[in-house]
Structures are given as structure tokens and as C-alpha cells.
Design a protein around this ligand. Sequence first.
Ligand code: ADP
Length: 320
Amino acid sequence: MAKFCAFGELLCDVTPYGKSDRGFPIYEFNPGGAPANVAVAIRNLGIEASFMGQVGNDHFGQFLSNTLVSKQVDVEALLMSDAYPTSLAIVSNKADGDRSFSFYRKHNADVMVELHDSFKKKIKEADVFHVGSVSMSDEPSRSTTFSLMKYAKKHDKLITFDPNLRVLLWDDLNDAKRQIEKGLQLADVVKLSEEELFFLTDIKDAHEACMMLMGIYDIQILLITFGAEGCASFHQDTYQHIPSFNVNAIDTTGAGDGFFGGFLSQWMKNGMKMKLTSRELALYCQYANACGAIATTQKGAIGSLASEEGVHKFLEVHNG
Ligand code: ADP
């Protein structure tokens, strides 16, 4: 069976949890960090996954590492730094279930991560290597990310990329665009939200924007997510939209990661083919939509990611 490994940030999403008796806000510490979420999403769906990166050797870092272990994600290449603390992302929920972020992340463990032999070992053992753009925002994690992508490419691994643009983490959005574009040059399977697609292309029409990106980069499968509206795939000149499911969304944290994990689990279980029929893609996208929709029905990211059985039941109910 194919193996997955992800590199990037693992941090605490600090999410609102009502008010105390004295009227002060209560916050809950949720394990998060997009590449780690994707590793858990994939592991939940029955594929061996490892997570590589760096947290602080502090209370939060221990908590995060223990969480991944409890989800059966391999953390052999998760470094624990004595010098730098674990990052925090403070999440605010908006009325529509969507969320905004503020980060406590300057000179923190995930930013200060440097190349390590254990990362290369894990990449060599895996078939698919996954990254996001948060680790591309500052040095030295930026150079580490690109070195690992090139290392994976050199060793014939397939590269999956979800830029997951976090505007607040960048001093200059032009720089964000440049780094994401560098990532797109190395990636085989890419997932973008519709906002990110517009950010990269300046084109409002998603189909047209996808054609532009596929004309520039050697991406094999491009996926676009539209929140409650579902997703689109673009592959071998064919664009198709697949609607999502009707759910009572209460927190969209982790929806995109659940979605991508869902898609990749299906793609990996079916031989990681680079030539897919529209029917195969539609089935994988439908599965991914179910995983994304399920993730919105509970608070937080890692705790709300679907299990194989959960998706199965969900599809039975929702497909009649
Ligand atoms: P991201 O977190 O990357 O911005 P989205 O919010 O677009 O991603 O969500 C990813 C996927 O999760 C969507 O493509 C869809 O399949 C599913 N999803 C998200 N929100 C909802 C919702 N309110 N109802 C149903 N499905 C949803």
C-alpha cells in the first residue's frame, strides 16, 4: 500500500469555546496545522502517513506530538526544539461558520526548522510527499521546504501541494505569490480554494483560471474548492464541477484538509494514476466533498476529520 508523508507546521489552533461565568471568553486548544491535518485525514482513511516538522519541546509541542501518535501518524521525523516554542493560531468564528486567524508565530519551532536527515529518510520511504505554503513564508523553513520538494522530485516521489494561503503570515503578498508559484512548478497534484485561484490568476471564472494555471505548470490534477458549493477538478483539459452535500456547518476549520485527505486517499488506493477518467475523478471528488462536509459539522480540525466508516455511512445516507 502506498505511503504518505507531509512536511510543515504543526501548531495549536486556539478556538473560542463560549464564555466563563464571569463573562470572559473561553478558548480551547485544538491540534492543527494544515499539513498535519492532511496526514491525520489520510491516516483516518486507512493509509500509512508520517508527519515531519518541528514543535517546541514544551507543553503544547508534547500535546501535539501525542495527538498525532494517538491518530497513528508516524512522528519519527517530528523534531522537538529546546530553543524555540510551539506556534499558536488564534481562530475567530464568524456567524456563517467561516473563520479568521491571528498568529503567534515569529521565530517559533516550525519556522526555525532546518534540514534534517530524518526528513529525507521519511521521504524516501514514502510514495507521496505533501506540503503547504505556510512553511514557505519565512526562513529557514522556506529553504527547508523547497529543498525537501526538490529531494522528493529527485527520488521520483509524487508531490501534493495545498498552498493554504494565510494572508496574515506574509509581510508582502507578492512574495506569497512568488513562493506559491515556485511550489506549483514542483507539484503534481494541487488543491486551491477559489479565493487562492483568483489570487494567483486574477481571473474570476474558475474554469478559465484553471486553464491558465495548467498552461503554465506541469500540474497533473488540479482541484478547486468552493466551500458549501463543492469542488471542481481540472485534468487533461477537462473541467468538471462536483456539488457538495447539505450539512449543518458549524466550523469550517479543517474542511479543506479533510477534503484533500479524502481525495488523496482515494487516488492513492487506486494506484496514483496520472491519467484518470472523468468518472474516476468525479467519484474521488464526491468522496472528498463528503470528507470536507463532515469536517464542518464539528469544531476544530484534527478532531473533526472523517473516519473510513464515517464517510461510508455519510455517503449511504446522502446518496439515498
Ligand atoms: P478551505 O478550507 O481550503 O477554504 P473549503 O472551505 O472550500 O476549503 O472546503 C473544502 C471542501 O469542504 C469543499 O470543497 C466542500 O467539499 C466541503 N465543504 C466546506 N464547507 C461546506 C459546507 N458548508 N457544506 C458542505 N460541504 C462543505
